[in-house]
Design a binder for this molecule. Structure first.
Ligand SMILES: Nc1ncnc2c1ncn2[C@@H]1O[C@H](COP(=O)(O)OP(=O)(O)OP(=O)(O)O)[C@@H](O)[C@H]1O
Length: 241
């Protein structure tokens, strides 16, 4: 098994507080890994460390065999933050074509990414006039254009309706089947169940790193939401808190 992400003993301080307390985990290449945990538990901080924009106190983060943040990873890691990073005064198509041009790619690739996120019908609209959910998908399309080997998505389905969420998850799995690795943070439990592997963080510590089925078994319930509550509260059967 090749790893796309390897985190070893990662300690991060933000402000004067320690927010990650020695996290170690591995994400296999070509898998969809879900990152879950209560608000403020450190998900975005871990994501920032993986994409190489977070100063770390100690430990290592290796991405596709290189130290996180290496210049060589710029073209191979795509990152979509919670705040959409597209130009409001350009149309969806103009945004996508602009990002395509940065990768030396052509218009058809940009148009394909727009269609992949279900925005073909809104391609001519100014991003500033889109709904929040449409804007997030425009941002996702721009991140997918360069066909990154690792796609890191911070809450990509917020504001999407159930049909679009299902379509996006189908797309994520299609990308994984083609070899892309996805690290996806989410608060939505039915989405957690769609991941190959789940990383569960509580107060800056990893308290679960397994398949959804194994997480259910370890918490002693078939209901993933209840399993998370038990693990978060430290009341699961096999909880390593
Ligand atoms: N710029 C910052 N300076 C100081 N502390 C910060 C900063 N950003 C985040 N923190 C703190 O770091 C901790 C982890 O925050 P992080 O954003 O990683 O959590 P999260 O799990 O992604 O939360 P959410 O689900 O609400 O987005 C929190 O206690 C937060 O207050």
């Amino acid at each position: 098994m090749t790893s796309a992400i390897e985190v070893r003993d990662l300690v991060v301080e933000r402000g004067k507080r320690r927010v990650l307390h020695g996290i170690s985990c591995t994400v296999p290449a070509g898998s969809v890994a879900g990152l879950l945990g209560p608000s403020g538990s450190g998900k975005t901080t871990l994501i920032r460390a993986v994409v190489g924009v977070q100063v770390v106190r100690s430990g290592t983060v290796t991405v596709l065999g290189e130290p996180a943040g290496s210049a060589t990873l710029r073209r191979t890691v795509g990152y979509v933050t919670q705040a959409p990073s597209v130009y409001a005064d350009l149309s969806v198509r103009e945004n996508a074509r602009y990002f395509a041009s940065l990768y030396g790619l052509s218009s058809p690739e940009a148009d394909r990414a727009i269609a992949d996120v279900g925005l073909a019908g809104a391609a001519g609209q100014l991003v500033g006039n889109l709904s929040g959910g449409q804007r997030s998908r425009a941002s996702l399309a721009c991140a997918m254009i360069g066909q990154p080997r690792l796609l890191v998505l911070d809450e990509p389905t917020v504001g999407q309706d159930p049909v679009l969420r299902a379509d996006l998850w189908a797309k994520f799995h299609a990308l994984a089947a083609a070899g892309t690795t996805l690290l996806v943070s989410s608060h939505v439990m039915d989405e957690a169940g769609r991941c190959d592997r789940l990383l569960l963080i509580r107060e800056g510590r990893l308290i679960g790193d397994d398949s959804p089925a194994a997480i259910r078994a370890s918490a002693g319930t078939d209901d993933l939401e209840e399993a998370f509550l038990r693990l978060i509260r430290g009341t699961g059967e096999g909880v390593a808190a």
